[in-house]
Design a protein around this ligand. Sequence first.
Ligand SMILES: [Zn+2]
Length: 193
Amino acid sequence: MILEEQLLQRSENKCELCQSEEQLKLYEVPPQSARNEDNCIMICETCASQIEKRAEVDKNHWRCLSSSMWSEVPGVQVVAWRMLQRLSSEGWASDNLDMLYLDDERLAWAKAVTDDEDNVINEMHKDANGMQLQAGDSIVLTRSLDVKGSQLNAKMGTVVKNIRLVENNTDQIEGKIEGQMIVILTKYVRKQA
Ligand SMILES: [Zn+2]
């Protein structure tokens, strides 16, 4: 029997996270080298798109984890742990996280992707005062920048509108100064209200 069929049988043709019966697919819980029934789970497209960050996280959707986190399937436990981590600013999620016990091996697995592929945990672009920065924000330079190889006038107090966040590097944003897109360190900016 191929793995997919095995998993469908195990899950009774339902999403192993939210019980939906729509658009089920096999999800390989990363990181993995050889897939098996412990590290693959059947999930629906709604769950998959949010896990893989192709869609906004719908907090209420994940209340399903309150029951599915008790699954005996290792892959389900690990994904439940990761999503609860991601939602841990919500009281119910952090309560569940406290109750969800993973043995050392599974916990290590659960944490294995939180730093790079799944870089959501506490990883935000923040300005000099610790305020969260978002794409499209306007910022003020808190010191004059020396932009190598250019004559840019990036003096302290310069307002930069419509910033972009540099992916995978919360220390950097990009913004246009005098028509030129440059990389700016977040510690030298202050978000404009
Ligand atoms: Zn689902």
